[in-house]
Design a protein around this ligand. Structure first.
Ligand SMILES: NC(=O)c1ccc[n+]([C@@H]2O[C@H](COP(=O)([O-])OP(=O)(O)OC[C@H]3O[C@@H](n4cnc5c(N)ncnc54)[C@H](O)[C@@H]3O)[C@@H](O)[C@H]2O)c1
Length: 313
Protein backbone atom coordinates (compact mmCIF):
# COMPACT_ATOMS: atom_id res chain seq x y z
CA UNK A 1 0.00 0.00 0.00
CA UNK A 2 1.23 3.47 -0.82
CA UNK A 3 1.74 6.08 1.91
CA UNK A 4 -1.19 8.39 2.55
CA UNK A 5 -0.61 12.16 2.66
CA UNK A 6 -3.18 14.52 4.18
CA UNK A 7 -3.20 18.01 2.67
CA UNK A 8 -4.99 20.79 4.59
CA UNK A 9 -6.32 23.53 2.33
CA UNK A 10 -6.36 20.99 -0.50
CA UNK A 11 -8.97 22.99 -2.40
CA UNK A 12 -6.68 26.04 -2.55
CA UNK A 13 -4.08 26.84 -5.18
CA UNK A 14 -1.03 25.18 -3.63
CA UNK A 15 -3.18 22.46 -2.10
CA UNK A 16 -4.60 21.46 -5.48
CA UNK A 17 -1.12 21.42 -7.03
CA UNK A 18 0.13 19.23 -4.16
CA UNK A 19 -2.78 16.82 -4.67
CA UNK A 20 -2.00 16.63 -8.39
CA UNK A 21 1.69 15.88 -7.90
CA UNK A 22 1.07 13.46 -5.00
CA UNK A 23 -1.26 11.41 -7.20
CA UNK A 24 1.29 11.49 -10.03
CA UNK A 25 3.88 10.22 -7.55
CA UNK A 26 1.63 7.32 -6.43
CA UNK A 27 0.62 8.54 -2.95
CA UNK A 28 -2.82 8.09 -1.44
CA UNK A 29 -4.29 11.55 -0.80
CA UNK A 30 -6.70 12.88 1.82
CA UNK A 31 -7.90 16.36 0.82
CA UNK A 32 -8.93 18.29 3.94
CA UNK A 33 -10.66 21.63 3.40
CA UNK A 34 -13.47 23.64 4.95
CA UNK A 35 -14.82 24.37 1.49
CA UNK A 36 -16.65 21.96 -0.80
CA UNK A 37 -15.42 23.91 -3.82
CA UNK A 38 -13.28 21.53 -5.88
CA UNK A 39 -12.89 23.93 -8.83
CA UNK A 40 -9.10 24.27 -8.55
CA UNK A 41 -8.71 20.52 -8.15
CA UNK A 42 -10.78 19.97 -11.30
CA UNK A 43 -8.64 22.54 -13.14
CA UNK A 44 -5.50 20.60 -12.23
CA UNK A 45 -6.49 16.94 -12.13
CA UNK A 46 -8.24 14.82 -14.71
CA UNK A 47 -11.54 13.17 -13.74
CA UNK A 48 -9.81 9.79 -13.21
CA UNK A 49 -7.27 11.22 -10.77
CA UNK A 50 -9.94 13.15 -8.89
CA UNK A 51 -11.87 9.94 -8.18
CA UNK A 52 -8.94 8.54 -6.22
CA UNK A 53 -8.81 11.52 -3.81
CA UNK A 54 -10.46 11.05 -0.41
CA UNK A 55 -12.23 14.28 0.50
CA UNK A 56 -12.79 15.38 4.08
CA UNK A 57 -14.75 18.58 4.54
CA UNK A 58 -13.59 19.94 7.87
CA UNK A 59 -12.62 23.07 9.75
CA UNK A 60 -9.06 23.28 11.08
CA UNK A 61 -10.35 24.87 14.23
CA UNK A 62 -12.65 21.92 14.95
CA UNK A 63 -10.87 20.01 17.69
CA UNK A 64 -11.76 16.58 16.35
CA UNK A 65 -12.17 16.82 12.59
CA UNK A 66 -8.51 16.64 11.66
CA UNK A 67 -7.69 14.09 14.32
CA UNK A 68 -10.41 11.75 13.06
CA UNK A 69 -9.26 12.14 9.45
CA UNK A 70 -5.66 11.27 10.37
CA UNK A 71 -6.76 8.13 12.18
CA UNK A 72 -9.49 6.96 9.81
CA UNK A 73 -7.27 7.22 6.73
CA UNK A 74 -4.06 5.98 8.36
CA UNK A 75 -2.20 9.07 7.30
CA UNK A 76 1.62 8.94 7.20
CA UNK A 77 2.46 12.49 6.16
CA UNK A 78 0.89 15.96 6.50
CA UNK A 79 1.18 19.03 4.29
CA UNK A 80 -0.52 21.90 6.12
CA UNK A 81 -1.51 24.72 3.77
CA UNK A 82 -4.96 25.85 4.92
CA UNK A 83 -4.93 29.51 5.93
CA UNK A 84 -6.64 32.82 5.40
CA UNK A 85 -4.50 35.07 3.22
CA UNK A 86 -3.58 38.77 3.65
CA UNK A 87 -6.89 40.37 2.51
CA UNK A 88 -9.03 37.97 4.54
CA UNK A 89 -6.93 38.44 7.71
CA UNK A 90 -7.07 42.22 7.18
CA UNK A 91 -10.87 42.11 6.84
CA UNK A 92 -11.38 39.99 9.96
CA UNK A 93 -8.25 39.79 12.17
CA UNK A 94 -9.82 37.62 14.93
CA UNK A 95 -10.93 35.07 12.33
CA UNK A 96 -7.51 35.23 10.68
CA UNK A 97 -5.86 34.50 14.02
CA UNK A 98 -8.35 31.72 14.76
CA UNK A 99 -7.80 29.90 11.46
CA UNK A 100 -4.10 30.56 10.99
CA UNK A 101 -2.84 30.43 14.58
CA UNK A 102 -5.29 28.21 16.46
CA UNK A 103 -5.82 26.05 13.35
CA UNK A 104 -2.08 25.45 13.00
CA UNK A 105 -1.71 24.60 16.69
CA UNK A 106 -4.45 22.04 16.15
CA UNK A 107 -2.57 20.55 13.20
CA UNK A 108 0.53 20.04 15.36
CA UNK A 109 -1.62 18.71 18.19
CA UNK A 110 -3.40 16.24 15.89
CA UNK A 111 -0.06 15.10 14.44
CA UNK A 112 1.31 14.52 17.92
CA UNK A 113 -1.78 12.56 18.99
CA UNK A 114 -1.64 10.44 15.81
CA UNK A 115 2.09 9.82 16.33
CA UNK A 116 3.00 11.51 13.07
CA UNK A 117 6.49 12.74 13.88
CA UNK A 118 7.06 15.15 11.02
CA UNK A 119 5.09 17.61 8.88
CA UNK A 120 5.51 20.40 6.35
CA UNK A 121 3.54 23.64 6.52
CA UNK A 122 3.30 26.96 4.73
CA UNK A 123 4.74 30.07 6.27
CA UNK A 124 5.30 33.17 4.12
CA UNK A 125 7.81 35.92 3.41
CA UNK A 126 5.15 38.11 5.08
CA UNK A 127 6.87 37.19 8.39
CA UNK A 128 9.37 39.93 7.44
CA UNK A 129 8.76 43.66 7.56
CA UNK A 130 8.66 46.00 4.55
CA UNK A 131 11.75 46.75 2.45
CA UNK A 132 12.40 49.91 4.49
CA UNK A 133 13.24 47.70 7.52
CA UNK A 134 16.36 46.35 5.80
CA UNK A 135 19.62 47.80 4.52
CA UNK A 136 20.02 44.94 2.05
CA UNK A 137 17.83 44.18 -0.98
CA UNK A 138 18.38 40.43 -0.36
CA UNK A 139 16.81 39.60 3.02
CA UNK A 140 17.77 36.46 4.90
CA UNK A 141 16.42 34.48 7.83
CA UNK A 142 18.85 36.05 10.29
CA UNK A 143 17.27 39.48 9.79
CA UNK A 144 14.49 40.89 12.03
CA UNK A 145 10.92 39.75 11.48
CA UNK A 146 8.49 42.52 12.27
CA UNK A 147 5.48 41.86 10.06
CA UNK A 148 3.09 44.76 9.45
CA UNK A 149 0.15 42.56 8.48
CA UNK A 150 -2.11 40.42 10.66
CA UNK A 151 -1.40 37.60 8.23
CA UNK A 152 2.37 37.95 8.71
CA UNK A 153 1.89 37.98 12.47
CA UNK A 154 -0.02 34.68 12.25
CA UNK A 155 2.78 33.12 10.20
CA UNK A 156 5.36 34.18 12.81
CA UNK A 157 3.14 32.48 15.39
CA UNK A 158 3.10 29.31 13.25
CA UNK A 159 6.90 29.21 13.15
CA UNK A 160 7.07 29.66 16.94
CA UNK A 161 4.44 26.91 17.35
CA UNK A 162 6.58 24.54 15.29
CA UNK A 163 9.55 25.25 17.56
CA UNK A 164 7.50 24.44 20.67
CA UNK A 165 6.23 21.14 19.22
CA UNK A 166 9.75 20.07 18.34
CA UNK A 167 11.07 21.06 21.75
CA UNK A 168 8.20 19.65 23.84
CA UNK A 169 6.97 16.70 21.76
CA UNK A 170 9.65 15.83 19.21
CA UNK A 171 7.36 16.64 16.26
CA UNK A 172 9.74 17.91 13.58
CA UNK A 173 8.68 20.22 10.78
CA UNK A 174 9.77 22.08 7.70
CA UNK A 175 8.16 25.39 6.81
CA UNK A 176 8.53 26.97 3.41
CA UNK A 177 8.03 30.69 2.92
CA UNK A 178 6.73 31.39 -0.60
CA UNK A 179 6.54 34.89 -2.10
CA UNK A 180 4.60 35.56 -5.32
CA UNK A 181 3.21 32.19 -6.36
CA UNK A 182 1.75 32.12 -9.87
CA UNK A 183 -0.07 29.64 -12.05
CA UNK A 184 -3.44 27.99 -12.56
CA UNK A 185 -5.47 28.01 -9.35
CA UNK A 186 -3.91 31.25 -8.07
CA UNK A 187 -6.98 33.43 -8.01
CA UNK A 188 -7.06 34.99 -4.54
CA UNK A 189 -4.64 36.71 -2.19
CA UNK A 190 -2.54 39.87 -2.39
CA UNK A 191 -0.16 38.66 -5.12
CA UNK A 192 -2.61 36.76 -7.34
CA UNK A 193 -2.90 39.50 -10.00
CA UNK A 194 -0.07 38.30 -12.29
CA UNK A 195 -1.82 34.91 -12.49
CA UNK A 196 -5.15 36.61 -13.17
CA UNK A 197 -3.41 38.54 -15.98
CA UNK A 198 -2.19 35.24 -17.51
CA UNK A 199 -5.75 33.91 -17.31
CA UNK A 200 -7.18 37.07 -18.91
CA UNK A 201 -4.73 36.90 -21.81
CA UNK A 202 -5.54 33.20 -22.30
CA UNK A 203 -9.19 34.27 -22.57
CA UNK A 204 -8.22 36.77 -25.26
CA UNK A 205 -8.48 39.91 -23.10
CA UNK A 206 -6.01 42.60 -22.04
CA UNK A 207 -5.09 42.76 -18.34
CA UNK A 208 -3.91 45.10 -15.59
CA UNK A 209 -1.72 44.32 -12.56
CA UNK A 210 -2.26 47.04 -9.96
CA UNK A 211 1.17 46.71 -8.31
CA UNK A 212 4.65 47.01 -9.73
CA UNK A 213 8.21 46.69 -8.45
CA UNK A 214 10.66 43.82 -8.19
CA UNK A 215 9.83 40.57 -6.43
CA UNK A 216 10.40 36.83 -6.61
CA UNK A 217 8.07 34.67 -8.69
CA UNK A 218 7.50 30.99 -7.97
CA UNK A 219 5.47 28.63 -10.14
CA UNK A 220 2.80 26.85 -8.05
CA UNK A 221 3.83 23.48 -9.48
CA UNK A 222 7.42 23.93 -8.23
CA UNK A 223 6.28 25.16 -4.81
CA UNK A 224 3.97 22.16 -4.44
CA UNK A 225 6.78 19.77 -5.32
CA UNK A 226 9.00 21.44 -2.71
CA UNK A 227 6.26 20.98 -0.09
CA UNK A 228 5.90 17.29 -0.98
CA UNK A 229 9.64 16.74 -0.65
CA UNK A 230 9.67 18.64 2.67
CA UNK A 231 6.74 16.63 4.08
CA UNK A 232 7.98 13.18 3.07
CA UNK A 233 11.62 13.64 4.12
CA UNK A 234 11.75 13.45 7.93
CA UNK A 235 14.33 15.68 9.57
CA UNK A 236 15.17 16.99 13.01
CA UNK A 237 14.10 20.34 14.39
CA UNK A 238 11.65 23.01 13.31
CA UNK A 239 13.24 24.25 10.11
CA UNK A 240 12.09 27.23 8.11
CA UNK A 241 13.23 28.12 4.60
CA UNK A 242 12.69 31.12 2.38
CA UNK A 243 11.93 30.08 -1.18
CA UNK A 244 14.02 31.89 -3.75
CA UNK A 245 13.30 32.30 -7.41
CA UNK A 246 14.09 34.92 -10.00
CA UNK A 247 13.89 38.54 -8.84
CA UNK A 248 11.87 40.18 -11.56
CA UNK A 249 10.04 43.46 -12.10
CA UNK A 250 6.31 43.06 -12.66
CA UNK A 251 6.89 44.98 -15.92
CA UNK A 252 9.07 42.07 -17.05
CA UNK A 253 6.32 39.55 -16.24
CA UNK A 254 3.93 41.73 -18.24
CA UNK A 255 6.27 41.74 -21.24
CA UNK A 256 6.81 37.95 -20.99
CA UNK A 257 3.03 37.48 -21.14
CA UNK A 258 2.81 39.90 -24.09
CA UNK A 259 5.64 38.04 -25.87
CA UNK A 260 3.91 34.69 -25.41
CA UNK A 261 0.59 36.01 -26.74
CA UNK A 262 1.44 38.88 -29.09
CA UNK A 263 -1.38 41.35 -29.54
CA UNK A 264 -2.47 41.27 -25.90
CA UNK A 265 -1.57 44.13 -23.56
CA UNK A 266 -0.74 43.87 -19.83
CA UNK A 267 -0.45 47.21 -17.99
CA UNK A 268 1.15 47.65 -14.57
CA UNK A 269 0.04 50.09 -11.84
CA UNK A 270 1.96 52.13 -9.29
CA UNK A 271 1.02 50.32 -6.07
CA UNK A 272 3.82 48.54 -4.19
CA UNK A 273 3.75 45.40 -2.06
CA UNK A 274 4.77 45.84 1.59
CA UNK A 275 7.66 43.37 1.19
CA UNK A 276 11.36 43.41 0.29
CA UNK A 277 12.22 42.36 -3.25
CA UNK A 278 14.27 39.23 -2.58
CA UNK A 279 14.75 36.52 0.02
CA UNK A 280 17.80 34.32 0.29
CA UNK A 281 17.18 30.62 -0.41
CA UNK A 282 20.75 29.42 0.22
CA UNK A 283 19.65 27.52 3.37
CA UNK A 284 17.10 25.58 1.32
CA UNK A 285 19.75 24.87 -1.31
CA UNK A 286 22.05 23.45 1.36
CA UNK A 287 19.32 21.29 2.89
CA UNK A 288 17.08 20.05 0.08
CA UNK A 289 18.22 17.35 -2.33
CA UNK A 290 16.26 19.11 -5.09
CA UNK A 291 15.22 22.72 -5.49
CA UNK A 292 12.38 22.96 -8.00
CA UNK A 293 12.83 26.00 -10.22
CA UNK A 294 11.18 25.95 -13.61
CA UNK A 295 12.48 28.94 -15.63
CA UNK A 296 10.08 31.88 -15.38
CA UNK A 297 9.26 32.15 -19.08
CA UNK A 298 8.52 28.42 -19.27
CA UNK A 299 6.29 28.56 -16.15
CA UNK A 300 4.36 31.54 -17.56
CA UNK A 301 3.98 29.84 -20.96
CA UNK A 302 2.76 26.60 -19.43
CA UNK A 303 0.32 28.53 -17.25
CA UNK A 304 -1.16 30.42 -20.20
CA UNK A 305 -1.43 27.22 -22.24
CA UNK A 306 -3.12 25.48 -19.31
CA UNK A 307 -5.64 28.34 -18.94
CA UNK A 308 -6.32 28.16 -22.69
CA UNK A 309 -7.07 24.43 -22.46
CA UNK A 310 -9.47 25.12 -19.56
CA UNK A 311 -11.27 27.91 -21.42
CA UNK A 312 -11.59 25.71 -24.52
CA UNK A 313 -13.45 23.00 -22.54
N1 LIG B 1 -0.08 31.77 -2.83
C1 LIG B 1 0.94 32.48 -2.40
O1 LIG B 1 1.50 33.32 -3.12
C2 LIG B 1 1.46 32.26 -1.00
C3 LIG B 1 2.56 33.01 -0.58
C4 LIG B 1 3.05 32.81 0.71
C5 LIG B 1 2.46 31.86 1.53
N2 LIG B 1 1.37 31.16 1.09
C6 LIG B 1 0.74 30.20 2.01
O2 LIG B 1 0.59 28.96 1.35
C7 LIG B 1 -0.61 28.32 1.79
C8 LIG B 1 -1.46 27.96 0.60
O3 LIG B 1 -1.73 29.14 -0.16
P1 LIG B 1 -2.80 29.12 -1.34
O4 LIG B 1 -2.42 30.18 -2.29
O5 LIG B 1 -3.00 27.75 -1.80
O6 LIG B 1 -4.10 29.60 -0.52
P2 LIG B 1 -5.64 29.57 -0.98
O7 LIG B 1 -6.27 30.78 -0.37
O8 LIG B 1 -5.76 29.35 -2.44
O9 LIG B 1 -6.21 28.26 -0.26
C9 LIG B 1 -6.39 28.17 1.12
C10 LIG B 1 -7.35 27.00 1.38
O10 LIG B 1 -7.53 26.87 2.79
C11 LIG B 1 -8.89 26.55 3.02
N3 LIG B 1 -9.27 26.94 4.38
C12 LIG B 1 -9.44 28.20 4.85
N4 LIG B 1 -9.86 28.17 6.12
C13 LIG B 1 -9.92 26.85 6.49
C14 LIG B 1 -10.30 26.18 7.68
N5 LIG B 1 -10.68 26.85 8.77
N6 LIG B 1 -10.26 24.83 7.71
C15 LIG B 1 -9.89 24.12 6.59
N7 LIG B 1 -9.54 24.73 5.41
C16 LIG B 1 -9.56 26.08 5.37
C17 LIG B 1 -9.65 27.35 1.98
O11 LIG B 1 -10.97 26.82 1.78
C18 LIG B 1 -8.74 27.19 0.77
O12 LIG B 1 -9.12 26.09 -0.03
C19 LIG B 1 -1.27 29.27 2.77
O13 LIG B 1 -0.92 28.90 4.09
C20 LIG B 1 -0.67 30.60 2.42
O14 LIG B 1 -0.67 31.47 3.52
C21 LIG B 1 0.87 31.33 -0.15
Amino acid sequence: MSDVVLVTGAGGCLGAWCVRHLIEDGYGVVAFDISRDDRRLRELLGADALVSVRFVQGDLTDAEALQKALERHEVSWIIHLAALQVPFCRADPPLGARVNVEGSVRVFEAARAARIRHLAYASSIAVYGPASDYDATMVDDGMPKRPRTVYGMTKVANELTAGVYWHDHGVSSVALRPYTVYGVGRDQGLTSEPSLAMAAVARGADAHVSFGGRMQFQWASDVARQFIAAATTPSDGAKVFDLGGPVVDVLEIASIIERIRPGRRVSVGDARLPFAEAFDDSALRREASTVYETPLEEGVRRSIEHYERLFAM
